[in-house]
Design a protein around this ligand. Structure first.
Ligand code: UD1
Length: 383
């Protein structure tokens, strides 16, 4: 039996881990045994528990309750606690997802204990090290034994960084490998996308059932931590909503909500309250899937939501200067705008005017990433 310690902490990681736990339960339960550690990076029920419940994710075996803090504080507290668990559990490998501080803390700790690291969603790069996620991704990949890469551009990134063409990481042991596997989030979108229609009352309650609306999500420090930037973005959404007579649904991340309530001018908050922009609680996975499926267009700075827009054939305005998913830009269905009001409005007009010409061919694998990953883990660690 292969023992894995899975380390998660932030909302998107719980969602990704659910796909692997599902594959283990359905196909590999006699070969892989998983111990789940939640760092507690996300702790509000709407950012964590709801995803465990909805995605049928097994409850964590450990919760480190680290919570929020500066990067160094958050990461170091996680490291100390993870070290104790890894020494106690002695897993064959740790299983890590994506690019958050939870990923980094676990990678550094496991590497120092000589425990192999399996990195899911490796190879992805935005080439901007001002984003903490970019730092986390690069470091985690270079400490990993098995790297599962969602895109061909991700494989190219790793080749450029010195990983060689025989699927070997230059830094690790014999069973090392770099594999294209497609996007594990696509597994979830396919699996849950067909089940969500039974929850249409969510759209009815929001008053948008069978209506056109735009969906917006915003949580990157570069967009929300500076109140001037956030003010510009909010004013832009107000203008687009008014000029196009388009309601906006805006599930608000706690980071954004805090700045919104504490640092945004009361008059702007009042204008939003009186407008067709609805601020709502962070959406659960099923609720988000429903919103994405039924929106006309999506504005986001989330790495996950920009891909989900594509899975549901929706045009997307990416509120960032760069994306780790260049395939989306190449497809012409998504445009990068950063936080510039003019670029956002132009992107909106351009995507709306080309609405009927947009095409969404399959570029993120076949929706079977979790099965492929488990199979490779079994091959690499079963003797
Ligand atoms: C983190 C990840 C980001 C990911 C995002 C998904 C890092 C560096 N960033 O960003 O890559 O896209 O998660 O959501 O790891 N807060 C709450 N309740 C919570 C969690 C957070 O109120 O349950 C608030 C706190 O004010 C906290 C702030 O949100 O200080 C930021 O949380 P943090 O976990 O540091 O980063 P995210 O912005 O969520």
């Amino acid at each position: 039996m292969i023992k894995l310690v899975t380390i998660i902490g932030a909302r998107p990681q719980i969602i990704k881990a659910a796909a692997i736990s599902r594959a283990i339960k359905n196909n590999f339960s006699d070969q892989i045994f998983e111990v789940i550690v939640h760092t507690g990076q996300h702790y509000d029920a709407s950012m964590s528990k709801v995803f465990f419940d909805e995605l049928e994710m097994p409850k964590e075996n450990y919760n480190l309750e680290v919570g929020s803090g500066s990067h160094a504080l958050q990461t170091s507290q996680m490291m100390v606690k993870i070290e104790g668990i890894l020494i106690e559990e002695k897993p064959n490998a740790v299983l890590l997802y994506g690019d958050t501080n939870s990923t980094l803390a676990a990678a550094v700790t496991a590497a120092k204990l000589h425990i192999p690291i399996i990195h899911i969603e490796g190879g992805v790069r935005s080439f901007n090290k001002k984003f903490p996620e970019e730092v986390n991704r690069v470091l985690c990949d270079h400490l990993s034994t098995l790297i599962f890469v969602p895109t061909h551009s991700g494989i190219n990134n790793l080749l450029t960084e010195g990983f060689n063409t025989q699927n070997k990481s230059p830094y690790t042991s014999d069973n090392a490998g770099v594999f294209f596997c497609g996007d594990i989030m696509y597994d979830n979108s396919l699996y849950f996308g067909s089940h969500v229609e039974g929850r249409r009352e969510y759209l009815i309650d929001l008053g948008i059932n069978n209506k056109e609306f735009a969906l917006v999500t915003l949580h990157r420090p570069s967009n929300v931590d500076d109140p001037n930037v956030l003010t510009n973005l909010l004013n832009t959404f107000l203008r687009i909503s008014r000029n196009s007579n388009l309601p906006f649904i805006f599930p608000m991340h706690p980071r954004t909500k805090k700045i919104f309530e504490e640092r945004i001018d009361i008059r702007l908050r009042k204008s939003i309250e009186e407008s067709d922009i609805q601020l709502i609680q962070p959406a659960s996975f099923i609720e988000m899937t429903l919103l994405e499926k039924h929106a006309q267009i999506i504005f986001t700075d989330s790495g996950g939501v920009q891909k989900e827009a594509y899975y549901f054939n929706k045009p997307c305005v990416i509120l960032l200067e760069e994306t780790p998913w260049p395939e989306l830009i190449d497809s012409g269905t998504a445009l990068l705008t950063g936080s510039s009001p003019e670029k956002i409005e132009n992107a909106f007009s351009s995507l709306v005017s080309r609405k009927n010409e947009l095409a969404f061919p399959t570029i993120f694998g076949d929706g079977q990433a979790a099965y492929f990953i488990c199979k490779k883990i079994v091959e690499a660690f079963s003797n």
